[in-house]
Design a protein around this ligand. Structure first.
Ligand code: UDP
Length: 308
């Protein structure tokens, strides 16, 4: 089996790659390294691995045929997509169209990594897959939210119109090794600051909530979904909900840090709450997360100690 992973040098893509290579699969990574990192993939020296530096917003002209396309390419951290707003919109729209066309041409299964961000600043909690979300198409965050909504719409259209086999996961907050030190999201920021003794900065009063899932659990869900005959969107996340202040406190405690927690102004359009309803993933895939936040944070802290 050959897998094409767009965004394969990024955080999630690099973990997925390592799992597939361990299982003896062939992996082609297509990444423009805008937010991916060569250090995530430089250990992949086996014959079964190929890296192609390329941009999904250009037609994908890879001669080799893949059986499965994992379409993960996109900036995913708010500071990254605020820095690359046009590129983010083009990656989700033109990039998804190109990846779908490659899958169609090769008779491959197409797997879209969508996001809980398609629910926007949700008016209901937890969010299940039937919730249509609360997204303002003109706020700055929409570059990510709307591009992923477009990706889902395009994927479903290829499924309906051309009979393409497709899968859609809506990934909630995920963390683990291979996130960049300067990724900008909450867990890498807090762990990095705690380990270096710098202030931990919370945007807003810290009462906003998130639900964090460890990367290995997310990769398990991906591979289970590939084997399941299910094409509608499915939430993948850990329903263990926590406020950002509680998260910062946990990281200070787990690292034994002397860092101070300081409060800054809230980010524009920052969702106040996020928690997945994973009933569907449990029922259809028999999946639920195995690693709780306490265990996952310790693994993350160990990985970041080695980076520091
Ligand atoms: N956040 C924070 N300090 C940081 C980074 C993030 O207070 O250094 C907050 C952010 O405002 C948001 C929450 O933590 O309310 C989760 O942010 P993250 O970037 O991890 O994920 P997302 O907003 O995409 O869910």
């Amino acid at each position: 089996m050959t897998y094409l992973i767009t965004g394969g040098a990024g955080f999630i893509g690099s973990h997925l790659t390592q799992r597939l290579l361990r299982e003896g699969k062939r992996v082609i990574c297509l990444d423009n390294l805008s937010t991916g990192d060569m250090r995530n993939i430089e250990q992949n020296k086996s014959q079964g691995y190929k890296f192609i530096r390329g941009d999904v917003t250009k037609p994908i002209e890879i001669e080799e045929k893949a059986d499965v396309v994992f379409h993960l390419a996109s900036p995913a951290s708010p500071p990254d997509y605020f820095r690359f707003p046009v590129e983010t919109l083009l990656t989700g729209s033109v990039g998804t169209y190109n990846a779908l066309n490659y899958a169609l041409k090769n008779g491959a299964l197409f797997f879209l990594s969508s996001t809980s961000e398609i629910y926007g600043d949700p008016l209901t909690s937890p969010q299940n897959e039937e919730y249509c979300g609360s997204v303002n198409p003109i706020w700055p965050r929409s570059v990510y939210e709307v591009s992923k909504r477009f990706s889902e719409s395009m994927t479903m259209t290829f499924h309906r119109e051309f009979g393409l086999s497709t899968r859609i996961v809506r990934i909630f907050n995920t963390y683990g090794p291979n996130m960049r030190l300067n990724d900008g999201r909450s867990i890498p920021n807090f762990v990095r600051s705690a380990l270096s003794g710098q202030d931990i900065t919370i945007y807003g009063d810290g009462s906003q909530t998130r639900s964090y899932c460890y990367i290995d659990d997310v990769v398990d869900a991906f591979l289970m979904l590939i084997d399941a005959d299910y094409y509608l969107p499915i939430n993948v996340g850990n329903p263990e909900e926590i406020t950002i202040k509680e998260l910062a406190d946990s990281i200070v405690e787990a690292t034994g840090s002397k860092s101070k927690i300081v409060f800054n102004k809230p980010l524009d359009d920052d969702p106040k709450t996020r928690k997945p309803d994973i009933g569907k993933a449990k029922h259809i895939l028999g999946w639920e997360p195995k690693i709780n936040l306490h265990q996952g944070l310790n693994l993350m802290i160990e990985a970041f100690r080695c980076k520091n």
